[in-house]
Design a protein around this ligand. Structure first.
Ligand SMILES: *[C@@H]1O[C@H](CO)[C@@H](O)[C@H](O)[C@H]1NC(C)=O
Ligand SMILES: *[C@@H]1O[C@H](CO)[C@@H](O)[C@H](O)[C@H]1NC(C)=O
Ligand SMILES: *[C@@H]1O[C@H](CO)[C@@H](O)[C@H](O)[C@H]1NC(C)=O
Ligand SMILES: *[C@@H]1O[C@H](CO)[C@@H](O)[C@H](O)[C@H]1NC(C)=O
Ligand SMILES: *[C@@H]1O[C@H](CO)[C@@H](O)[C@H](O)[C@H]1NC(C)=O
Length: 460
């Protein structure tokens, strides 16, 4: 890129093709610099004069959001030579190194810049300062990095990264537990306008509208970001992407079964000025969420649970009321769906345990069902915690635990004693069966039931 010839900054080259290739983002764009945190990218600056260290340092200032600050980790100052003191309270400090192939007499600086592995993800601007001049050098996008061991979304296995981050094609399991069939789904997470779609999605969330400085700062954390995404995929209580509808007619939109990919939905949402796209059901919400997560760099997969409970009060009991004669049946909002689809995102949970007890797959359910902290969102809820029944921890554990473990209880409501009820039947095995996801590297079904629950006993 050529800059103004009056400037001391004459030219800057971001090596977009080679950087994006190294950062595994060339699938998204070869025109826009998109990098993953915790990994360096190269940059060549050509000054209009020799670079003389004694003239004072050259500063690079990276920042994201409208209210960036070093204390929030949303702004970082790099200097060459490293002579400028960084504030001790600065978070997410970027690094710069000068390559020894630079030629200072010609004013050519070859630099390697590294956003730290805990940098907020999002859109950044990079500004240069030298000899009293200030120059906007570039805009870039920083994403999560499952290849980087220091990143909370680090996924060690290359084949799993290929499947859960890079694969744009998926399978979603539907039908019923003893007649399972799959549909192909095109995630399309690397379509070029996904940058714009996903960045707007983050900016439109409630928390950003309320406190943009805090929200942008919190984007360093995949736990926070994935919870925000689960809220933004459904259109309830914000300008989210998909509007749900569970009975026809599907007026003014498409039936949920019309869709076979996420990008058509996300593109329509962008083009229609963030007006919710009609209509979706659980597999649509989950698949669209999976696309956004994979774009952002959080490993993600789509999960189908057969005989899935929706336990409104999360008391682990799906209650059906039968009447003693003459007494009307008491309605219950609890229900069992023949199948339900959600996503799992891969991340560490240092907020729950320092030993990493709850790291790994986390349930994130974007289908609007029950409010959580006043918003329709759900998770992340650790799959390991679901298996061990630790329902007291964040987020939404009782609800998710019930989806795979609730007991179905039939109650007999009697007339004489005015509404007292008697348990007449309980089925502890029915809910949560044949939990399925696409296998790594093939279209086969992977039965992951045992990661959610131990083998169960009989009927009570
Ligand atoms: C750098 O600047 C100093 C002082 O202005 C000068 O003495 C020196 O010769 C310069 N070095 C180069 C390589 O231009
Ligand atoms: C540049 O750095 C590399 C690696 O640190 C080193 O092997 C090489 O000798 C250096 N080249 C020059 C010209 O200093
Ligand atoms: C789950 O799969 C098993 C084995 O194929 C089958 O017997 C069972 O009926 C299925 N469960 C449900 C709820 O359909
Ligand atoms: C679950 O909650 C419902 C509604 O609040 C209640 O009727 C039912 O008795 C509860 N079940 C159990 C097992 O506590
Ligand atoms: C899935 O695995 C569970 C136990 O881990 C087993 O009971 C069930 O039959 C399996 N289902 C299918 C369809 O293979």
């Amino acid at each position: 890129m050529f800059l103004s010839c009056l400037s001391v900054f004459k030219e800057v080259d971001f090596h977009i093709k080679s950087n994006n290739l190294k950062h595994r983002t060339k699938e998204i764009s070869n025109k826009q610099l998109i990098v993953r945190r915790g990994q360096s990218f190269s940059l060549t600056i050509k000054l209009s004069r020799p670079f003389n260290i004694t003239d004072g340092p050259l500063l690079l200032h990276a920042s994201t959001g409208m209210y960036s600050s070093q204390e929030r980790g949303t702004a970082s100052i790099m200097s060459i030579p490293a002579s400028v003191a960084i504030s001790p309270s600065a978070k997410a400090v970027w690094k710069v190194e000068m390559d020894n192939s630079s030629s200072l007499e010609l004013g050519i600086l070859k630099l390697a810049l590294t956003p730290p592995a805990d940098a907020p993800i999002g859109e950044y601007i990079l500004v240069g300062h030298y000899k009293g001049e200030e120059q906007l050098l570039a805009m870039l996008v920083v994403l999560f990095n499952p290849w980087c061991p220091e990143d909370w979304v680090y996924l060690p296995d290359q084949e799993e990264r290929q499947e859960y981050v890079m694969n744009e094609k998926g399978k979603v399991f539907q039908g019923s537990g003893n007649y399972i069939h799959s549909m192909s789904w095109d995630f399309g997470q690397f379509e070029e306008d996904m940058v714009n779609i996903c960045m707007r999605l983050l900016d439109l969330n409630h928390k950003h509208q309320k406190d943009p400085a805090d929200d942008v700062s919190a984007r360093c954390n995949p736990i926070y970001v994935s919870r925000v995404v689960s809220a933004m995929i459904n259109s309830q209580d914000d300008r989210g992407v998909v509007q749900g509808r569970w009975v026809g007619p599907y007026i003014g939109g498409h039936t949920p079964s019309h869709w076979s990919g996420s990008h058509a939905i996300l593109r329509q949402w962008l083009r229609n000025g963030f007006y919710p796209v009609k209509y979706g059901q659980c597999w649509v919400f989950a698949s669209v969420m999976c696309s956004v997560m994979r774009f952002l760099g959080i490993p993600c997969r789509v999960i189908t649970n057969y005989q899935s409970a929706h336990d409104v009060d999360a008391n682990l009991s799906i209650d059906v009321y039968h009447a003693d004669y003459g007494v009307r049946e008491k309605p219950s909002r609890d229900s069992v769906w023949n199948y339900h689809v959600w996503t799992e995102g891969w991340m560490k949970r240092p907020d729950l345990s320092e030993e990493g007890k709850f790291d790994g797959w986390q349930v994130l359910d974007p289908t609007p069902q029950e409010k959580s902290d006043g918003v329709y969102c759900c998770g992340p809820a650790s799959v390991k915690a679901i298996l061990s029944g630790e329902t007291h921890i964040k987020y939404d554990m009782p609800f998710v635990y019930a989806e795979v473990n609730a007991d179905c209880v039939d109650w007999l409501v009697s007339e004489q004693t005015d509404g007292t009820k008697k348990k007449i039947w309980a089925d502890t095995k029915r809910v949560g069966q044949n939990i399925s996801t696409k296998s790594v590297g093939s279209n086969k079904r992977n039965n992951i039931t045992s990661s959610y629950k131990h083998e169960e006993g009989g009927f009570t």
